[in-house]
Every structure is written in structure tokens, then in C-alpha cells.
Design a protein around this ligand. Structure first.
Ligand SMILES: *Cc1c(COP(=O)(O)O)cnc(C)c1O
Length: 455
């Protein structure tokens, strides 16, 4: 070969046909989700009114390490998979580092992020069960977009509650969801009791993710043949995202390398788990020593500053109690542009893995993240989502450490999405009006002290 290979792909036949369920291989299994009313461990049946039955079973499956990807879903994965594994020669050069930097480019999915990897199977399992309608909430808009498209693919009606402030500030996000045929409602709305209650008290309420979740869950529970779909945090979502790491494993093999460090940005843990877990299985089972770094925003630092305890996944306290690293379900993160990372807790699998020191958290400030994204844009040409900027910043920190030490480490990070619909945020950064949000130790402590011990 005359030139160095830049991108690594799989043929359609080489795309993995199973997802990897790390729960089966974990030394310490995640503790069970708890029904807050009975204080009993949750059974799959307890969630059948909310999610497709197959998803409820996947959520609690600690037996089977490998779960078949249905043929209908594999056919749809082929629309954009395999996604490229890219050697970041441009970034390496810009940093003058001896490290070998690779990224998995999930931004090439039709909706621009990794979220479609789970939206497709979720819509498929609903369809297979005879469900006709799906509903969800969306903040930044990535998840609502993915579910809108997946619903259309499998012939379902989608109703998306978009946080009102985002609905008004990001008209193109709404338009994309509507282009795919979804019904998009600004939340709080008059279509649910939860929404009506808020609007009666406060007609100008601009909404929050918590309220939008409450509205979607209420719609799912009150509408026959309608189910809710979750974009992150839950274990079945992360299961579907392991297609990222399973492909990357084969692609790294084609590149003749194995990662010393694997990095993902962290909201609820689905893209981080997706790229990490297939490699982590070799740490658990085969004595490998890869480091796994979850890059979270410094303004919402549940992994590095939270506590491990049972807490709700939503602000209203409607969900089961989950054993998680949390800042408290009423923690209100600052309004950073990486909307997909503004969540108070971590999923149950990653929480257990963090407790067992199988992975580490890393805090990244908003400005450092945008600085990293600009460097990456100039070096590799792709404009990253503000969420993905956190992973890039962490990769850059590690690549700089390699320069210091002279080590030729192999660094792999996940590029979870592109930022072409987030240019208002870049505009702010470029004009110098973007700033960091500090959350003090005291603020975090106060919030944690307010939290009840539910279990
Ligand atoms: C939603 C989102 C995230 C965060 O969610 P995870 O479940 O933690 O992966 C990260 N990046 C992008 C582009 C997103 O849309």
C-alpha cells in the first residue's frame, strides 16, 4: 500500500448479528430496579404497560451475553452501518502526539447521531407486538429525531414532547421530526394532566426534560396500543448501542491495533457503554488492561461527584428506583449546549462498573469541550455535536499526556454525533459569549443532603 489507510469499514456480511449484554459477564451484577410502591425488585411484567415486552425482558436479562439482532433491524442498520472507524491523522498531527488516535464516526447515521441504533429496535419490537403508537420526550432533539424516523420506518405513529424552550429555540429540530411524520408538541402542553397542572399554575412555563418525560409516560399509560421509548440510561438502550463497539472491535483488528484507552461522552451512558462494553469484556474475561473513560460535563458531574444510591430517573419520581450514581433527581444542571449530557444520574450497569473501578469518569468544562471541537473540526473536517466535544477533549488530554511521556498509546473515542444543527452554539463560542458553569462542591452536597434514602 502506498499511502496509510485512513478509514476502516466492514462489508455488510461482516456487520455483527448480535448485541453484547455485559450484564451476563459482570463479576458483580447490577442491583435490581425497585418498585417504589412495593419496595420489591422489578419484574419484566411490571413494565409491560410502558415498554414493548421484549425490551422489558432485555432490561433485566443477566443470563445471556449475546442477543440476536432481528433481521428487520439488521436490514435497517445497513442503511448507514458499518459506520467508519477513522484514524485521526489530522488530529494527531495538530497535537504532535505519538499516540494513535481513532474515532468511530456515528455522526453518519441519517439522523446525525448514535441514537438511531436503539430507536430502530425499539420501534421494531413495538410493531412486532401489535403496538401502533410510540411516544417520547426530547430536549436537545436528537432522540426525538431518531425515534421519529424509526417509527416511520416500521409504520408507527410517533408523538414527541419537545421541551418548550427547545421547541422555540431550535425550529429546525422540530421541522426534521415533522419531516419524518411525527407529531411534535411543545411541553408543557394541555394534552396531558401533568402539562395542564403546570400550565394552570404557570401559563408561561418553558418546560423541562422532567415535565416532558411525565407527559410522554402519561400518554403511553392512558392510550391503548401506545408505548414509551427511552433514549438513554436504561440497560436495553445501551445493549442496542453495543453495535458501535462490536463493529469497532473488528475494524481495529483490520487496522492491526487494540485500544489502550476507550472514551465516550456521558449523558446516561448509552454511547459510552456502546463503544466500551465489547472491549471491556476482554478486561473481564481475557486479562486485557484497557482504560475506559466517560467524559461528563463539569456542570453535571454525577460520575466524579455523585453518590451511589437508589434514586428516580425522572424529576417527578414516576420511574422505578434505580441503583445509580446520582446528583439527586431534582438536580437542575446549568443550561449548557450539550443538552444530551444534562442528566442527573447514570444507568445501572455503568454505575456498578464505576463502583467496581472498571471505568473512570472525567469532568470537562464547556469551554474546553468547544475548544477541542474547533481543533477537531479544523483537523478532521467534521463539526462535532456539543456532546461529542467532551469525548474529543478527553482524548486530547490523553494524547497530550502521551506527548509528555513519549508513549505511543492507542486511543479510541466515539464521535456520537455531528453538530450541524447546533451552529448557534458554535456561533456563541466564536463570538466569545460562551462561558463555563461552575457547580460548587457545596451546591452538590446540599442537593445530596436533600435526597431521601428511598431504600
Ligand atoms: C443523546 C446524546 C448523547 C448522550 O447520551 P448517552 O446516552 O450518554 O450516549 C451524546 N451524544 C449525542 C450526539 C447525543 O445525541
Amino acid at each position: 500500500m502506498s499511502t496509510k489507510q485512513k478509514r476502516f469499514f466492514l462489508t455488510e456480511e461482516e456487520i455483527p448479528t448480535q448485541w453484547y449484554n455485559i450484564q451476563a459477564d459482570m463479576v458483580n451484577k447490577p442491583m435490581p430496579p425497585i418498585n417504589p410502591a412495593t419496595k420489591e425488585p422489578l419484574k419484566p411484567e411490571d413494565m409491560y404497560d410502558l415498554f414493548a415486552e421484549e425490551l422489558c425482558k432485555q432490561e433485566l436479562n443477566q443470563e445471556n451475553a449475546w442477543i440476536d439482532i432481528p433481521e428487520e433491524v439488521r436490514d435497517m442498520y445497513k442503511y448507514y452501518r458499518s459506520t467508519p472507524l477513522v484514524r485521526a491523522y489530522g488530529l494527531e498531527k495538530a497535537l504532535d502526539t505519538p499516540a494513535h488516535i481513532y474515532f468511530k464516526n456515528e455522526s453518519v447515521s441519517p439522523v446525525g447521531s448514535h441514537k438511531l441504533n436503539s430507536a430502530l429496535p425499539q420501534a421494531y419490537y413495538c410493531k412486532k407486538q401489535g403496538i401502533t403508537n410510540v411516544t417520547t420526550e426530547t430536549g436537545a432533539g436528537q432522540w426525538g429525531t431518531a425515534l421519529s424516523y424509526a417509527a416511520k420506518v416500521f409504520g408507527l405513529e410517533a408523538a414527541v414532547y419537545q421541551v418548550k424552550i427547545s421547541y422555540n429555540q431550535k425550529p429546525y429540530r422540530r421541522a426534521i421530526m415533522q419531516t419524518y411524520g411525527a407529531q411534535v408538541t411543545p411541553s408543557p402542553s394541555m394534552s396531558t394532566r401533568a402539562g395542564k397542572d403546570i400550565l394552570t399554575r404557570e401559563p408561561n412555563n418553558q418546560g423541562s426534560l422532567g415535565t416532558a418525560i411525565s407527559e410522554a409516560i402519561e400518554l403511553a399509560k392512558n392510550t391503548p396500543n401506545c408505548r414509551y421509548a427511552a433514549g438513554s440510561v436504561l440497560s436495553h438502550v445501551t445493549l442496542h448501542q453495543t453495535i458501535i463497539g462490536l463493529e469497532a472491535e473488528k475494524q481495529m483488528e483490520k487496522a492491526g491495533e487494540y485500544p489502550d484507552i476507550v472514551i465516550g461522552c456521558f449523558g446516561g451512558g448509552s454511547n459510552f457503554g456502546g463503544i466500551s462494553f465489547p472491549f471491556m469484556r476482554h478486561n473481564i474475561l481475557h486479562g486485557k488492561n484497557t482504560r475506559f473513560i466517560a467524559a461528563e460535563p463539569a456542570s453535571c458531574p454525577k460520575l466524579t461527584h455523585g453518590v451511589f444510591q437508589y434514586d428516580f430517573a425522572d424529576v417527578a419520581g414516576f420511574t422505578p428506583l434505580l441503583p445509580m450514581f446520582t446528583l439527586g433527581h431534582n438536580f437542575m444542571p446549568a443550561n449548557i449546549h450539550a443538552g444530551g449530557l444534562r442528566f442527573h444520574g447514570a444507568g445501572v450497569i455503568v454505575s456498578q462498573l464505576l463502583k467496581d473501578k472498571m471505568m473512570e469518569g472525567m469532568d470537562i468544562n464547556q469551554l474546553e469541550s468547544f475548544e477541542a471541537s474547533l481543533l477537531f473540526s479544523k483537523a478532521e473536517g467534521i463539526i462535532p455535536a456539543p456532546e461529542s466535544g467532551h469525548a474529543i477533549a478527553a482524548a486530547i488530554r490523553e494524547a497530550k499526556a502521551c506527548k509528555e511521556s513519549g508513549e505511543e498509546k492507542v486511543i479510541l473515542f466515539n464521535l456520537s454525533g455531528h453538530g450541524l444543527i447546533d451552529m448557534a452554539a458554535y456561533d456563541q463560542y466564536l463570538s466569545g459569549s460562551l462561558h463555563d458553569y461552575e457547580v460548587s462542591e457545596e451546591e452538590i452536597r446540599n442537593n445530596l443532603e436533600k435526597m431521601e434514602k428511598y431504600i
